[in-house]
Design a protein around this ligand. Structure first.
Ligand SMILES: [Zn+2]
Length: 179
């Protein structure tokens, strides 16, 4: 029994370590939900520059909860409410920085739905905003990317999602992402 406990402790800590060091993230929505990928890595519509290349678009209805893909601190945000509520040219977004130095990026949020401020700590799975249709979109969806600073610029990097069984996978076009 004792040996078994020790073993599961090591297994658990190695999983946590993998999450921290290998760009593996939870799906950025509520547990128990699933959504389909409408554009993956290198998507020819809009995932073709440094900051967007390794992004995924998830088809989610407007108002659906957007949740932290890992524990971290709110680094930056833009909420186009108030005077800018009709400016749908500008994407409302939140960026969260994690202990491994990577930043998760959540775009096209619903103006007025962002419930966090800069510097706030969020736990993994904690929901903080709603899906919207702001910025360059053809319909409500969530654009999710993992960013890293490279030569003073933020660039997107390949990442994996972790499924409810704990398996890590690269999200592909038309694949269901489950949490
Ligand atoms: Zn996108």
């Amino acid at each position: 029994m004792f040996v078994k406990c020790i073993l599961s402790f090591f297994l658990l800590s190695s999983t946590a370590k993998a999450l921290e060091n290998e760009s593996i993230y939870f799906a950025p929505f509520e547990i128990g939900r699933k959504f389909i990928v409408s554009q993956g890595f290198n998507g020819k519509e809009t995932h073709n520059d440094a900051v967007n290349r390794y992004a995924v678009d998830l088809v989610m209805p407007q108002g659906e909860s957007v949740c932290a893909a890992q524990t971290g601190e709110v680094l930056d945000l833009y909420d186009g409410r108030g005077w800018f509520s009709t400016d749908y040219k500008k994407s409302s977004f939140v960026r969260i920085e994690h202990s491994n130095g990577e930043i998760t990026d959540y775009q096209h949020l619903l103006p007025g739905s962002i419930q966090v401020s800069r510097g706030q700590l969020l736990q993994a799975h904690q929901c903080f905003a709603q899906v919207g249709n702001t910025g360059k979109t053809t319909g409500p969806h969530l654009h999710f990317a993992v960013l890293k600073e490279k030569n003073g610029e933020l660039v997107s990097i390949p990442f994996k999602f972790i499924d409810p069984q704990g398996r890590a996978y690269t999200p592909e076009y038309l694949q269901w992402v489950r949490n």
